[in-house]
Design a protein around this ligand. Structure first.
Ligand code: HEC
Length: 150
């Protein structure tokens, strides 16, 4: 087979570029958000236990979870005109850095303040997305598989 024809056949079989975003093709916003919820709560609980290396680690991972959310198409049922991308970028640029800084300085007070403001941002986006019933608690809760003790 001439090279060009072979190439075309290969391209037809294995089209490059991002996979089409068919629903159910991979984890969607909701699945990534479960990870976000877990890491955020764990970061908060670690800081409460004075385990700042763990808090710092989880905030860093939280940023990565948000990066994963970014490449997934937004849920179809969000109100028209709401741009989740912009809210997400603001979260990454403005909300996460103070949390990391406080964790790295082992500053419990600063961490608590940054956490409270972060909770407000989480819930602000849920409201904007038409899901005000998704309320992130101000006091971190939930089970963790890690020892919280420093
Ligand atoms: C940029 C917008 C945005 C931000 C910021 C955001 N979320 Fe979400 N979150 C969503 C949307 C949209 C959904 C619903 C996804 C769906 O319907 O598939 C959601 C769903 C969730 C869920 C429910 C997952 C489930 O299905 O059980 C949790 C938990 C969650 N978010 C936690 C958080 C936490 C914690 C933060 C802050 C650290 C946060 N979210 C920040 C948009 C956001």
């Amino acid at each position: 087979m001439p090279t060009k024809a072979w190439l075309l056949a290969a391209l037809a079989l294995f089209p490059f570029g991002p996979a089409p975003s068919t629903p159910g093709a991979g984890p969607g916003w909701g699945s990534h958000m479960m990870e976000v919820g877990y890491r955020f709560a764990l970061a908060g609980r670690a800081a409460e236990s004075q385990n700042f290396p763990l808090a710092d680690y989880e905030v860093d991972e939280l940023g990565e979870s948000f990066e994963q959310v970014r490449v997934v198409p937004p849920p179809e049922d969000i109100p028209k005109g709401v741009k989740l991308d912009g809210l997400l970028d603001a979260y990454l640029r403005q909300t996460l850095p103070p949390l990391r800084k406080a964790a790295q300085k082992a500053d419990a007070r600063a961490f608590r303040a940054a956490y409270a403001s972060a909770v407000g941002q989480c819930n602000g986006c849920h409201k904007a997305a038409g899901k005000p019933f998704l309320k992130v608690p101000a006091v971190p809760q939930g089970a963790t598989f890690l020892d919280l003790k420093p």
